[in-house]
Each structure stands twice: as C-alpha cells, then as structure tokens.
Design a protein around this ligand. Structure first.
Ligand code: BG6
Ligand code: MG
Length: 226
C-alpha cells in the first residue's frame, strides 16, 4: 500500500496567478477610489474570494451593501477569468513539472488542495489537470485555510492517513492549515514569512529528487506531530 501522498496548493506554487488576482482587485480598488498596492495583495494570498473582498474593503475603509459585494465578486471574477483563460503551459512555475515527474517515478500520488474555485480551469489551461489523482478546490470546502478541511479532504482522496501527507504551500494560512492537519508542511517562497513550515524552499527548482526521496523514506518510518 502507498504510504505517502502529496497535496499541492495551486496559486503561487504551481502557477503564478497572484499577478492576475492583483490586476483584477486593483481595478476594483481604482473604481472605488483608493490605492491597492502589491504589498496589500500579499494579504489576499491563500484567502478565499469572499474574504479577499472583505480585506480589500478594509484597506479602502469602505462599507458596501451585500448586493454590491455580490456584484463586485462577480465582476472581479469575470475580469480574472479574462486573464486565466489565456494561460498556457509556459506559465507553470519553474521546477513544478520536474517535481511531478519525480513523484510519478516514485509512484507517489498527488492531489490539489486549493482555495480557488477556478483551480480545475487553471490546471486544464496549463495542461496538467489529468496528472492529479484528485482535486480539492474552493467549491469543495466549507471552511477556508487556515482551517485544515481542504487538506483533510485531500488526504481522503489520496486514501492516505493525514500524518503521511506532505503539503506544498506558499501562503501563511496554508502552512497553518497543513500543520493543523498534522501533515508535513513545505513552504515555497520567503522563509521568514513562512517560518512555521517544517521545511522551506525559495521555489520548486530547489526541491531536489534526493530531498523528496529522503523525506518520504523518513516519513515511512516514523513520527507524528503531537
Ligand atoms: C487562492 C489564492 O489560491 O485562491 C487567493 O491564493 C484567491 O488569492 C483564492 O483569493 C480564491 O480564488 P478564486 O479563483 O476562487 O477567486
Ligand atoms: Mg497559494
């Protein structure tokens, strides 16, 4: 029986869609008359669409009716869709395909664990949808990261005990979710920001097949977080 499984976040780990989210949210901020910077955009990473709008409105100190919020959620997503429907395989982040190849060669299954409701579309656009053993996205969860729900459903899809799962994440909320799920968390991006991760790498090109093999053999032996 396969003992170890992998769960990937999508945005910021496999593809760089943060720039498209940023452009779409920035247009809304422009329309509402306040400045929304790339630094502000960091706060939206890993966070659900609805929560992203709330954070954006907090930044602009703006209160809106529920009706208006719904309207802006729709228009923001339409604009975002305009960007992602043009995505191609060349937007897969460096090192991602090599890592999937390594996992395939080791017979390790992987699923997606993303907050995005657009995750299946993005994976299809860049041509790797079929490679995943399962998809958990923003449509499948009732609680957003840092709640561990998304990863716990992922472990079920892998049919692997949660403590035997390895999670790749670029967001603080995602690392917290993985840790709360008692999984091994691997932070991709700034080490200081993601200091709660069990392991840190600047990007996926740094995740060597030797590291993966060693981690998997260690995990197969042992230790559970308490
Ligand atoms: C996450 C992104 O993966 O998905 C967030 O990091 C985004 O920035 C969230 O808000 C929801 O995405 P979508 O595609 O459902 O609007
Ligand atoms: Mg992410």
């Amino acid at each position: 029986m396969q003992k170890t499984g992998v769960i990937f976040d999508l945005d910021g780990v496999i593809v760089d869609t943060a720039k498209y989210h940023y452009l779409a949210w920035k247009n809304l901020a422009d329309k509402l008359g306040f400045e929304f910077t790339e630094k502000h955009n960091e706060l939206l990473k890993g966070v659900s669409r609805v929560r992203s709008l709330e954070i954006l409105l907090e930044i602009g100190n703006i209160k809106l009716s529920e009706e208006k919020k719904q309207e802006y959620l729709v228009t923001k997503n339409e604009e975002y869709l305009g960007f992602i429907t043009k995505m191609k395989a060349d937007e897969i982040l460096p090192g991602a395909l090599e890592l999937l190849d390594t996992l395939d060669s080791l017979g390790i299954k992987y699923v997606l664990g993303s907050a995005s409701k657009n995750a299946p579309l993005i994976l299809k656009q860049v041509g790797i949808f079929e490679r995943f053993a399962g998809i958990v996205d923003g449509n499948s969860v009732s609680k957003a990261k840092p709640d561990p729900e998304v990863f716990l459903i992922g472990a079920k899809k892998l049919n692997i005990p949660q403590e035997n799962c390895i999670v790749f994440e670029d967001a603080i909320a995602g690392i917290e979710a993985a840790n709360r799920a008692n999984m091994t968390s691997i932070g991709i991006g700034n080490e200081e920001t993601l200091h709660e991760a069990d392991y840190n790498f600047e990007n996926l090109t740094e995740v060597t097949s030797d590291f993966i093999k060693k981690l998997i053999s260690e995990k197969n032996k042992k230790k559970h977080r308490v």
